[in-house]
Design a protein around this ligand. Sequence first.
Ligand code: WT7
Length: 633
Amino acid sequence: MIQIKDFEEYKAMYAKSVSSPGQFWDEVASSFYWQKKYDNVLNWEFDSPTVKWFEGAKVNITENCIDRHLEKRADQTALLFEPNEPSDTAQSITYSALSKQVNKLANGLKKLGAKKGDRICLYMPMSPELAYAVLACARIGAIHSVVFAGFSSKSLADRINDASCKLLLTADGFYRGKKYIDLKTISDEALKQTPSIENVLVLKHSGKPISFDAHRDVWYHSLVETQSDQCPAEPMDAEDELFILYTSGSTGKPKGVVHTTAGYMVYAEYSFRNVFQYREGDIYWCTADIGWITGHSYIIYGPLLAGATTLMFEGTPTYPDAGRFWEVVDKYKVNIFYTAPTAIRALQAKGLEFVQKHNLSSLRVLGSVGEPINEEAWQWYHTHIGKGNCALVDTWWQTETGGIMISPLAGITKEKPTFATYPLPGIQPVLVDAQGEEIIGNDVEGNLCVKFPWPSMLRTTWGDHKRCKEVYFSAYKDKYFTGDGCKRDQNGMYRITGRVDDVINVSGHRIGTAEVENAINAHDKVVESAVVGYPHDIKGQGIYAYVIANAQVENPESFAAEIRAHITTEIGALAKPDKIQVVAGLPKTRSGKIMRRILRKVAEGVTDNLGDTSTLLDPTVVESIIDSRALVS
Ligand code: WT7
């Protein structure tokens, strides 16, 4: 296991990772438990793309997350669970208990007919059982597809169908803050259109009554209770799929990003240990949801691979009040705390009184992820949460990268607010210009690509390898394209400036504008729509929708409410537009392309100097859009 100790070592290690990548990764991989060691470290070409790490190995990630720790850590806490309601019972699960729970569920899944290669959908609350479920799938070689429990029944059905999942794991329901999410009812609705699902495993979590189909539904606890707590770990090939995770892109249809076993495992541990500078005995808390990649890599896999104690939180930053995060930090004496800029800004806006009630002296490392962190939020986090003496790591990465790519190493890399700073050893970022040429030198700006493979990179998009090639490997020859714009300063430090494609980042959630447009257009009162992002104080970006209705809109407020309700059922509440403006037309070029640049400016509040509009089919449409800004709801 490799843990960099100082900046000199970082530089040496980085240089080695570029000059001898095979040797470098062979050393990183040597600390894992391989049922059979690999023959080759790496085989790749970005043209198709084909990327194979640690070929020839037999390995199971759960033996590395659990079994190999049992000798030394059986009684150490693996998982801490803090419920939404502060007065509800918290849980502390040792490595030994985790092993039993995972094995019992793995045996239960087998009893339901699940086997290696089957896809299993997890639509669950942030409960310990979700962690067991992820690991139980990996134990038997089934491919997990976690769907964030805020998505609608339609989104859930689409994801189940895209991967032809055989089983669905869900729960009766749960509270997020004060809001009750009726998971079973939403699932039942989705299940009307998911022929591949054979059984539904239902966790009793809230205890509220639900409808239960005795032929299809099985109670989690009654299945698991009678199972053995021993279950052999399926021998997996290095490149066998570990999981699918859906994420939004430029087109209307979310894509299933596929991560495979060995490379993902190696990188999750390596990046966790090095970025956060994990120390034996640390209490580590990542506030993300397991429905996103951050939860996969840095609540479950990374920390457990490192033998750490990882805290899972079911609630929200502001329930019962805006001091909840800090209360939980004190309660568990958290040493490493990892959250999103949007949460920091939301809590900053509530005032310092919620922070000052708490001690926070256990904190040593703070992390940020999900979107560019603005200077003000960085300083507030550093000063008021870190008390000026915690390391602060701004970690840049993506669902597709599987793990943190560009980030300070806590306490080792000199920090610069709003900069993700330097790539981890093994990561070779490059900036490219509009012509696709690599931009050499410092104090430059361009599109961010990566020119050499890393172990946890996506391998394909489920069921559509062509799309993977087109989206990520075709824009620039022999490079992986991230979709982000980026600056490199005079010292070679990287600052990610945001997406350069039609993807917006709302509270750290990635949303494709085309996806929202499709949903709006499906409403029977809508002719057409265009969706853009605009700067939002708390969310980073807000969603702004321009909508052409098919009849006179008498009451824009109630029209907007209808559209929002419609999007909640089509996608989920997270994709609800913050602003909806009814317009008579959209600015289109003669070839019919919507000029989004103009719509983005108007959404920002800019109404003059809109740039060249001469190529528009009808330039007067712009004025009418500016005039109808009063119709925003
Ligand atoms: C996009 C990926 C990876 C975990 C959560 C989001 C943006 C992420 C940062 C950061 C600036 C960031 C990028 C990226 N992003 N982290 N530290 N600084 N931007 O995963 O949903 O796959 O979104 O989030 O735009 O492309 P995701």
